[in-house]
Design a protein around this ligand. Structure first.
Ligand SMILES: CC(=O)SCCNC(=O)CCNC(=O)[C@H](O)C(C)(C)COP(=O)(O)OP(=O)(O)OC[C@H]1O[C@@H](n2cnc3c(N)ncnc32)[C@H](O)[C@@H]1OP(=O)(O)O
Ligand SMILES: N[C@@H](CCO)C(=O)O
Length: 351
């Protein structure tokens, strides 16, 4: 298998300055920098990584892999298969542990024995936690954002509905559609619409869109409300850049995430973490509610008290409130050597 990755900065001669950044469900290795060839979107944490930023690339060597099972360079269902055109529906069932084992192989290949910091949000946070539990000796500091020790019934339910949406598309063909010229685009778009509602907060949607119709469309005569048009837009954007087979494999891996599986339960697993840890949630997150991050902060002996990102945007707050994430990163990485990070500015106002 192949793992795609990007790096920023330079590895120090003593290899002590490596930072691992792990992306969420539909993210990729392009943490920072403009869109361009091979990068359908600009960096998703552009304000975090770069010279003079919280992950100062004059000091840190930042590594971001595309997850195993993904579709932005790493091996996944849309990848060619030895002896056949594509993996498609035969791509193996994955767990976060498989994905982290692959990332440990990448660390070995890069000569990185231990990470000065591992940071991840949502699905990236699941892998960050898995790293700290599987390889405590390789994880010095840990930042967990809007994530959970184990997928809850509600999270499995939302993802399960999305899996049904993809698999109900007549172009799904059991996942073997990559050489048919057509994909399960309607199913993937429906999955993204459902997901996107869960990624935002009810007050944000109400304030932004209320009951407004989209432009001159008339919802009483077949037209759309603004919020429907907004979801259509996000669905179309995802369908253009993401593979439905990867969406299924990664959603299943999120659903089977349970840090305590085979380890005597969640509490016993969390006790394995030795990394200096910060856990943060987003106050308005209805998909990964702060109670889940409170469980992590309470269960990890080396964790500071739970932090809350102040944001009206719900789960996506961990992507949008970059300045607050930067302050948390700064708190972890500058703790011993530099002045404290500046106070975070308040989140940008709702439109
Ligand atoms: C780690 C990761 O996983 S990163 C994930 C990678 N990126 C993504 O997932 C992209 C999908 N988008 C998202 O998840 C979120 O939108 C975020 C977090 C990336 C960004 O959030 P925000 O900055 O708040 O953007 P928001 O959700 O308001 O969407 C803005 C878009 O909606 C469009 N929009 C707003 N209102 C409407 C409407 N009524 N009708 C149609 N489109 C609309 C805007 O034109 C804008 O389009 P553009 O993104 O093509 O420029
Ligand atoms: N917008 C994020 C949310 C999932 O954490 C994504 O698509 O990856």
């Amino acid at each position: 298998m192949r793992l795609a990755f990007e790096t920023w900065g330079r590895l120090a001669p003593d290899r002590s300055n490596a930072v691992l950044v792990l992306h969420a469900l539909t993210g990729d290795s392009h943490v920072a920098g403009p869109a361009g060839p091979g990068h359908p979107t600009p960096g998703w944490w552009d304000g975090l990584v770069g010279p003079g930023l919280a992950l100062d690339t004059d000091r840190w060597f930042v590594v971001a892999p595309n997850v195993l099972g993904g579709c932005q360079g790493s091996t996944g269902p849309s990848s060619p298969r030895p002896g056949g055109p594509y993996w498609g529906g035969d791509f193996p069932f994955l767990t976060q542990r498989d994905q982290v084992a692959a990332e440990a192989g990448l660390a070995d290949a890069l000569g990185i024995d231990r990470w000065a910091l591992i940071v991840g949000g949502s699905m990236g946070g699941m892998r960050a936690l898995e790293w700290a539990v599987s390889y405590p000796e390789r994880t010095d500091a840990l930042l967990l954002l809007a994530t959970t020790a184990a997928a809850s019934a509600e999270q499995i339910a939302w993802a399960g509905v999305q899996l049904h949406a993809v698999r109900s598309d007549p172009h799904w063909h059991g996942g073997h559609y990559h050489d048919t010229g057509r994909g399960p685009h309607a199913g993937l778009g429906l999955a993204r619409r459902i997901a996107h509602v869960t990624y935002r907060s009810e007050p944000e949607l109400q304030l932004r869109f209320g009951r407004e119709p989209q432009g001159t469309e008339d919802p009483w005569h077949g037209g759309r409300y603004q919020v429907e048009s907004y979801l259509d837009h996000h669905a179309a954007k995802l369908v253009r850049r993401f593979d439905a087979g990867s969406y299924v494999v990664l959603s299943e891996a999120m659903n089977n995430h349970d840090i305590g599986r085979g380890r005597g339960g969640v509490r016993a697993a969390l006790r394995r973490v030795t990394a200096r840890t910060l856990v943060a949630g987003v106050g308005s997150d209805r998909l990964y509610p702060p109670s889940q991050q409170a469980e992590l902060a309470a269960g990890i002996a080396s964790a500071d008290h739970l932090r809350l990102i102040d944001s009206p945007y719900g789960h996506d707050g961990f992507l949008i409130e970059v300045e607050q994430v930067a302050a948390l990163v700064g708190e972890l990485v500058h703790r011993d050597s530099s002045p404290p990070a500046p106070e975070p500015r308040r989140h940008r106002p709702l439109p």
